[in-house]
Ligand binder design. Structure first.
Ligand SMILES: Cc1cc2nc3c(=O)[nH]c(=O)nc-3n(C[C@H](O)[C@H](O)[C@H](O)COP(=O)(O)O)c2cc1C
Length: 193
C-alpha cells in the first residue's frame, strides 16, 4: 500500500495518557485540568512535563504556584476525566461538580485526588515554549501509590491500575497483554508482518 503525505498532524495517532493535573494558588480554590500531553524527561532525577495551552485557567495558576500534582486515573473514572477537560475552573469548581476528593499532598499546595491511585507531586523547574503550548517541566518531589495498585510483592500491577489511552479523540481501555519488555530475545521469526 502506498503512503500519503499530509500537510501536518493535528492530533496524535499514538495512544496518549489522560491524567488529571491539580494546581492550587494561595487565593484560589484548587483546580483540575485534564492533560494528555505529559511524559518523562529523566528518571535520575525524576523530571516530568505537562504541556498546557496559555488559554487554560490552569496555566496562570501553574505560573503563580510553580507546583502541580499529576494524578493517574483508572478507566472507571474516564467520564469524569473527560468532564475536567471540557469545562474551565474559571467557571466551575471541578472538585464540587465531579465529587472527586481532594486530599493534602505532602510537599506541594495542590491536592492529591483520592480516586486516582497514583499521584506525583511536582515542583516546576522550567517553562519551555515551542509554539502552541507551554511545557511545565517538573521535578517529582513525592510519589504516592494507593495500596490498591500494589501486588503481593509490593510492586505496581497494571491489572490493578487499569490505565486507559486517548487516541484520535477516543478513549480506549488497555487490551490483552502482548508480552513483557525484552520478550523479543527469544526471536522475532514469528512476527505477524
Ligand atoms: C482528553 C483530553 C486531553 C487534553 N489534553 C490537554 C493537554 O495536554 N494540554 C492542554 O492544554 N489542554 C488539554 N485538554 C484541554 C483542557 O483539559 C481543557 O481546556 C480544560 O477545560 C482546561 O481547564 P481549565 O480552564 O480549568 O484549566 C485536554 C482535554 C481532554 C478532554
Amino acid at each position: 500500500m502506498s503512503k500519503r503525505i499530509v500537510e501536518k498532524l493535528n492530533i496524535s495517532p499514538l495512544p496518549e495518557p489522560t491524567v488529571l493535573v491539580t494546581v492550587k494558588t494561595n487565593d484560589k480554590s484548587p483546580n483540575i485540568i485534564t492533560i494528555a500531553w505529559t511524559g518523562v524527561f529523566s528518571v535520575h532525577p525524576n523530571i516530568v512535563y505537562i504541556a498546557v495551552h496559555p488559554a487554560r485557567y490552569s496555566n496562570s495558576m501553574l505560573r503563580e504556584s510553580m507546583e502541580y500534582v499529576i494524578n493517574i486515573p483508572s478507566d472507571n473514572i474516564a467520564k469524569t476525566v473527560d468532564y475536567c477537560g471540557i469545562v474551565s475552573g474559571k467557571n466551575v469548581n471541578k472538585f464540587l461538580e465531579t465529587g472527586l476528593t481532594p486530599i493534602p499532598a505532602s510537599i506541594v499546595k495542590a491536592p492529591l485526588i483520592k480516586e486516582c491511585l497514583i499521584n506525583m507531586e511536582c515542583k516546576v523547574k522550567d517553562i519551555l515554549n515551542y509554539g502552541s503550548h507551554d511545557i511545565f517541566v517538573g521535578e517529582m518531589v513525592a510519589v504516592h501509590y494507593d495500596e490498591a495498585v500494589l501486588n503481593e510483592n509490593g510492586s505496581l500491577d497494571v491489572e490493578k491500575i487499569k490505565p486507559y489511552g486517548y487516541t484520535l479523540g477516543e478513549y480506549r481501555s488497555m487490551g490483552e497483554k502482548l508480552g513483557v519488555a525484552g520478550y523479543s530475545k527469544s526471536g522475532i521469526k514469528n512476527r505477524e508482518n
